[in-house]
Design a protein around this ligand. Structure first.
Ligand code: SF4
Ligand code: SF4
Length: 178
């Protein structure tokens, strides 16, 4: 059974409104371990990162080793990666990047998408490319898929507010129309 051990990465990377703590900033109660452990708020008590939850992920994926944690929110169609501010590109290295690209195939099956949160920048990972959205908030409503445009199928991301499309990003051609 896995345990957090020396890792405290979620205390830095997560957005915890109950603590007035934004993403990517260390919690003011963090000093070695949690300074208010018996009284820590509910999100701290209930959070389980993907490394703890997914038995198949070995020690290299422990968040303090990897430089990012995984939030498994596939029930709402998202596999989220929250990166350590000091190592924003750790997810792009081996052995992580290849596996993250495999996970991103969810978008082909229309079962979800992989989002990487690095500071103010959110990146959507497609099997074919990554689309950096810049700052879209910590809980954006995103539509992720493909669109046929200019004679080719292309990765598509839309930032939505209900039926309204606030912004749209279209990637490069995946394959030419036949
Ligand atoms: S990121 Fe995961 S392993 Fe690290 S302290 Fe949080 S729950 Fe534990
Ligand atoms: S209150 Fe404790 S467990 Fe919660 S983020 Fe702060 S240091 Fe971590």
């Amino acid at each position: 059974m896995k345990s957090c051990g020396p890792c405290t990465l979620c205390c830095t990377v997560l957005d915890i409104p109950e603590l007035a703590k934004g993403p990517g900033t260390p919690c003011r109660h963090l000093s070695g371990g949690c300074g208010i452990y018996p009284d820590r708020p509910t999100p701290c008590r209930t959070f389980t990162c993907g490394w703890l939850a997914l038995e198949a992920l070995g020690e290299a994926w422990r968040p303090d080793v990897a430089g990012f944690l995984i939030r498994d929110e596939r029930d709402i169609g998202q596999l989220c990666i929250d990166v350590e501010p000091a190592r924003p590109d750790a997810w792009r290295t081996a052995p992580y990047y290849g596996q993250i690209k495999l996970w991103s195939r969810m978008v082909h099956d229309q079962t979800g998408c992989v989002l990487v949160y690095a500071g103010e920048t959110t990146t959507v990972v497609f099997p074919e490319e990554e689309i950096a959205l810049g700052h879209v908030g910590s809980d954006p409503t995103l539509q992720v898929g493909y669109i046929r445009r200019d004679g080719a199928r292309r990765p598509l991301v839309r930032l939505r507010d209900g039926e309204t499309i606030l912004r749209e990003w279209v990637g490069g051609a995946v394959r030419a129309d036949s």
